[in-house]
Design a binder for this molecule. Structure first.
Ligand code: ADP
Length: 587
C-alpha cells in the first residue's frame, strides 16, 4: 500500500476539514440571506397591498384619470410600481407605464391567485420592466361594485445586488479563513512532522547501537512523553548491551585463557564459538568456520557421532578420540549439553578438549625406552651369565678357554658399562644437570683438538686421517665438557662408519646469533633419507650388528641432540649413501 508522508497527509486532511466546515456555512448563509430578503419584500408588498385595498371603495373602475393619479401617488409614497387591473385583466392604470402599451394581465399568476383567493404573489421576469420583479396582488372592490386587482411590484435587482455583495464578502472571508487555516495547518503539520522525524532519527541511532543521542521535546505533552519513554528505553538498552558486552568479554577472556581447546555448537552441531586454544591446536579460525558443522570442520565421524549422541540422549560425558587434521591428535573430550531457561530443550553443546597427544607419546616413548634398554642389556647380560655359568660348571678349566671366556665376559661387561654410562649421561643432561655446569668462553680450536685427540687411536687403527680447519681466534661460549662430548661422538661415529684409509674433515665456522657451527664430514657409508630423521632417536641404529661390533650403544646421536638443545642450538645432517655424511652442530 502506498503511504503518504505525515506532513503532506496531515496538511491535506486539515485543509479538507476547513473546506468542509466553511463551504456549507457559506452556501447556507447566502441562501438564508436571499430567503430573508425575499420574504421581507413579500411581506412588505402584501402589507402595502392590504393598506391600499381599503382605499378602493372610493373609486370607480372607469374613472381612469383618478385611478391614474392614485397609482402615481401610491407609487411615490411606497416607492413601488402600482398597477390597477380590472376583473378582465385590463390594466386600468400603472404608475410606471403607459397602459395602452400594456397587454392583458389576466393570466399573470399573482392576478389569477388574487382573483381566486383574494391575494397572490409571484416572482418572475417582467416583460414590461425587463428585469426580475416580485409581485403581490389583492382583489379589490370598486365603488361601481366591479372587482379588480391592485398589484404592487418591486424590482429585485437591488436585492440581487445586495446578495451578490454578501456572497462576495462571505467568499472573501471564507478564503481568508481558508488561507489562515492553511497557514496554521502548515505550521501544525510541519511541527508534528519535525517531531516525528526527530524521533525517527533517534530510534535509528538506537537501532544502530548508538545511544549517545537524547530527544529534547517539551511539547506537545503526548509527544514529549513519547520522547521521554524513548530516552528511557535508550538508556536501558545501553545498560543492557553494555552488560551483555561485559559478560561476553568476560566469557571470551575466560575461553581464550583456557589452555584446553573449547568448541561451542548449537543443537544441530554447527560451530558458534571456538576459543583461542582450539584455533591454535587445530589451525582453524572462528570467523572462517563459524556456522559450519563439526563434521565439516573436523571430518571425523567418531567426534560427530559422540556429539550427536550427547544431544540426542541429553547427556554430559567424556570420551577419547583420535583426530587426524592431518597431524594426529589424541583428545580427551568432555561434552556437556546446555538447556534453555525452561530446562526442557537442548540449545547448545559445549565440548572441552584435553590434548593428551604428548602424554600418549611420552607414555609410548617410556614403554619403548624400557623395552629398548631391556633389550640392549639383555644380550650382554645373557652372554656374561652364560659364560660365567660355563666356567663355574667346568671343574677342570682349560686355561686357554678360560682366558677366552673371560675376555668375552669383559667385552660384554664393558658394553653394559658403556650403555649405562651413556644412559646416565643422557639422563644427566635431561635433568638439566647443565645447571650445575657453567658456560665458559673457550677457543674453538682447543675444544676440537681435545675431542679429535680422544678419537685418534681408533682412527689410526683404520688408517683414517682427521683434518681440522679452524680459525684460532674463534671463541665459543659453551658448557666445555658437554660440547667436547658432542664433538667426540660425531668424530667417533665418522670413524666407525667410514672405510679404511678415508679422510675426515672437522671444520669450525661462526654461525648465526652468536653461535659457532662445527661440521664433521666423512667419506663413509652415508645414511639414506628415510633413516636420517630417525638416527637421533635413542637406540636407533641403521645396522645393529655393525654398531654393536664397533662398540656403539645407539645413544651417541641422542646425546649430541640433547647437548645441542641444552645450548639452544641445533644439529643437522646432510648425507648421501655411499658417499659420506656431514653433521653440523651449531652451539
Ligand atoms: P651408535 O652407537 O650405534 O653409533 P649413534 O646414536 O651414534 O649410535 O648413531 C645412530 C646410528 O646412526 C648408527 O647406528 C649409525 O647407523 C648411524 N650413523 C651415525 N653416524 C653415522 C655416520 N657418520 N655415517 C653413517 N652412519 C652413521
Amino acid at each position: 500500500m502506498k503511504t503518504r508522508p505525515l506532513f503532506g497527509g496531515t496538511f491535506i486532511i486539515l485543509i479538507t476539514m476547513v473546506v468542509i466546515a466553511i463551504a456549507p456555512i457559506t452556501i447556507f448563509n447566502i441562501q438564508g440571506f436571499k430567503d430573508f430578503f425575499y420574504s421581507e419584500t413579500e411581506i412588505y408588498l402584501i402589507e402595502s397591498c392590504s393598506l391600499i385595498k381599503n382605499l378602493f371603495p372610493a373609486y370607480n373602475s372607469e374613472d381612469s384619470s383618478e385611478l391614474e393619479s392614485f397609482a402615481d401617488h401610491a407609487a411615490d409614497s411606497t416607492r413601488l410600481r402600482v398597477t390597477i387591473i380590472d376583473d378582465s385583466g385590463l390594466v386600468l392604470s400603472d404608475s410606471h407605464n403607459i397602459i395602452t402599451e400594456m397587454n392583458n394581465h389576466a393570466d399573470r399568476p399573482e392576478v389569477v391567485s388574487a382573483m381566486r383567493d383574494g391575494i397572490g404573489t409571484s416572482v418572475r421576469n417582467s416583460a414590461t420592466m425587463a428585469n426580475e420583479m416580485m409581485y403581490a396582488a389583492v382583489r379589490v372592490d370598486f365603488r361601481d361594485s366591479s372587482k379588480g386587482t391592485i398589484r404592487l411590484a418591486r424590482s429585485l435587482a437591488d436585492i440581487e445586488e445586495r446578495i451578490s455583495r454578501i456572497t462576495r464578502n462571505t467568499l472573501l472571508a471564507g478564503f481568508i479563513a481558508l488561507a489562515l487555516a492553511a497557514w496554521v495547518s502548515f505550521l501544525v503539520a510541519g511541527h508534528v512532522s519535525l517531531l516525528i522525524k526527530k524521533i525517527k532519527v533517534t530510534s535509528r541511532f538506537y537501532a544502530s547501537g548508538d545511544f549517545s543521542e537524547q530527544l529534547m521535546i517539551s511539547h506537545p505533552e503526548e509527544i514529549a512523553e513519547l520522547a521521554d519513554d524513548l530516552n528511557e528505553m535508550g538508556d536501558q538498552l545501553k545498560e543492557r548491551i553494555e552488560m551483555i558486552e561485559e559478560q561476553k568479554n568476560e566469557l571470551q577472556l575466560i575461553l581464550d585463557n583456557m589452555t584446553e581447546p573449547v568448541l561451542y555448537t548449537d543443537k544441530d552441531l554447527h560451530l558458534l564459538r571456538i576459543n583461542g586454544a582450539a584455533e591454535k591446536l587445530f589451525n582453524i579460525q572462528e570467523e572462517n568456520h563459524k556456522g559450519k558443522s563439526i563434521l565439516e570442520v573436523f571430518m571425523n565421524s567418531e567426534l560427530n557421532s559422540f556429539a550427536e549422541m550427547l544431544v540426542r540422549e541429553r547427556l554430559s560425558k567424556e570420551t577419547i578420540i583420535n583426530l587426524d587434521l592431518p597431524k594426529t591428535f589424541h583428545l580427551e573430550i568432555h561434552g556437556t549439553v546446555l538447556f534453555d531457561n525452561s530446562g526442557d530443550n537442548v540449545i547448545a553443546l559445549l565440548l572441552v578438549m584435553h590434548d593428551i597427544t604428548k602424554t600418549r607419546k611420552l607414555e609410548e616413548m617410556r614403554k619403548d625406552f624400557v623395552a629398548n634398554v631391556s633389550h640392549e642389556l639383555k644380550t650382554p647380560v645373557t652372554m656374561i651369565k652364560g659364560y660365567v655359568e660355563t666356567l663355574l660348571d667346568s671343574p677342570e678349566r682349560d686355561p686357554a678357554k678360560t682366558d677366552e671366556f673371560l675376555q668375552i665376559i669383559e667385552r660384554h661387561s664393558l658394553r653394559v658399562e658403556a650403555i649405562i654410562n651413556d644412559l646416565l649421561f643422557l639422563s644427566g643432561i635431561e635433568k638439566n644437570d647443565s645447571d650445575s655446569l657453567a658456560l665458559e668462553d673457550i677457543p674453538a680450536i682447543d675444544l676440537i683438538t681435545s675431542a679429535v685427540t680422544s678419537c685418534e687411536p681408533n682412527a689410526e687403527d683404520k688408517d683414517i686421517k682427521i683434518n681440522i680447519e679452524c680459525d684460532e681466534n674463534i671463541m665459543m661460549n659453551v658448557y666445555p665438557l658437554l660440547a667436547e662430548q658432542a664433538v667426540i661422538n660425531l668424530v667417533d661415529n665418522a670413524v666407525k662408519y667410514s672405510g679404511k684409509g678415508t679422510e675426515i674433515f672437522v671444520r669450525v665456522k661462526p654461525g648465526e646469533n652468536g653461535k659457532t657451527c662445527l661440521t664433521v664430514r666423512d667419506q663413509g657409508c652415508g645414511i639414506t633419507a628415510g633413516q636420517q630423521e630417525r638416527i637421533f632417536e635413542r637406540f636407533y641404529r641403521v645396522d645393529k650388528a655393525r654398531s654393536r661390533e664397533s662398540g656403539g650403544t645407539g645413544l651417541g646421536l641422542s646425546i649430541v641432540k640433547h647437548i645441542a638443545l641444552t645450548h639452544n642450538g641445533s644439529i643437522n645432517l646432510k648425507s648421501t649413501p655411499g658417499e659420506g655424511s656431514e653433521f653440523t652442530l651449531c652451539i
